[in-house]
Design a protein around this ligand. Sequence first.
Ligand SMILES: NC(=O)c1ccc[n+]([C@@H]2O[C@H](COP(=O)([O-])OP(=O)(O)OC[C@H]3O[C@@H](n4cnc5c(N)ncnc54)[C@H](OP(=O)(O)O)[C@@H]3O)[C@@H](O)[C@H]2O)c1
Length: 241
Amino acid sequence: MTARTVLITGANKSIGYETARQLGGLGYRIWLGSRDKARGEAAVEQLLKEGHDVRLLVLAVDSDASVQEAAARVQLEDGKLDVLINNAGILGAEPSSPSTQSVDDIRSVYETNVFGPIRVTQAFLPLLKSSDQASIIMVSSGLGSLTWVSDPSHPYQAVNALGYMSSKTALNAVAVAFSKELAAEGIHVNGVDPGYTATDFNGHSGYRTVEQAAAGIVWLATQDPSGPTGGFYFDQAIAPW
Ligand SMILES: NC(=O)c1ccc[n+]([C@@H]2O[C@H](COP(=O)([O-])OP(=O)(O)OC[C@H]3O[C@@H](n4cnc5c(N)ncnc54)[C@H](OP(=O)(O)O)[C@@H]3O)[C@@H](O)[C@H]2O)c1
C-alpha cells in the first residue's frame, strides 16, 4: 500500500512542525510547508534525521503564485494529496484594541488566516479529489469560538483581539462551507483548536505543549471515512462555535 500523504502549511516550527513529526511517526509521507526555504530546509533536515519521510514544499499561503507553484509540484511528484492541514497563521499587531487596530493590519491577518486557507484549499482540491479518502483540517482557535469569548465565566472572554479572533471565527465558517460542498465526495473538512500553546506565536506564554496541541490535529487527520465533518474540535471533543 502506498503511504498516505499530508501537507501541513507553516510546518517549519511550532505546532505545524510537531504535527508533521507525529504524522511522520505514523507512516505518513509529509509535505512540509514553509514560506521560507532556509527555515524549511532546517526543519526537513531534522525530521529526516529522525527517520521521517518528508519533503520541503515552499509555500506562502498569502501568495497566489506560491500556492499555485506548490500545487503544481505536488501534482507532478504525487498526483494526489490525502490530507491538507491549513495550519499557518498570524496574530497581527498586539496589543491593540478593536478601536485602534488598523484596517491594514486586520486585512493582513485575514490574508493569512482566512484567504490563505481558502486559497490553499481551492488550489489543492483537484489533488485531494484524486485521493480515495481525503480530509481537510483548518487549524482554528478557541478564540474564534463566539460562545467561549462571550461567556463571562470563560478565560477567553477577557481577550479582545479583533483581527485575530474574528479571522478564526471566519475560518470556522470557511470549514463549514467547504464541508457542505465536499460531503458528497466523501472529503471531510473540520476545524480544530490546538489550545493555548507555548510557541513563538505568543512568546511561549501558552500553558500547553506542542505535543498536546498537535495530538488533536493528528486525531482529526487520522479519522476513517466514518469520521466527522463540518465540526469544530478541541482535544478530540466537539467545541462550541
Ligand atoms: N499557539 C497557540 O496558543 C495557538 C492557539 C490557538 C490556535 N493557534 C493556531 O495554530 C496555528 C499554528 O500556531 P503556532 O503557535 O504554531 O504559531 P507560530 O509559532 O507563530 O508558527 C506559525 C507558522 O506559520 C507560518 N506562517 C505565517 N505566515 C505564513 C504565510 N503567509 N505563509 C506560510 N506560512 C506562514 C510561520 O512561518 P515563519 O516561521 O516563516 O514565520 C510558522 O511556520 C496558527 O494558525 C495559530 O493561529 C495557536
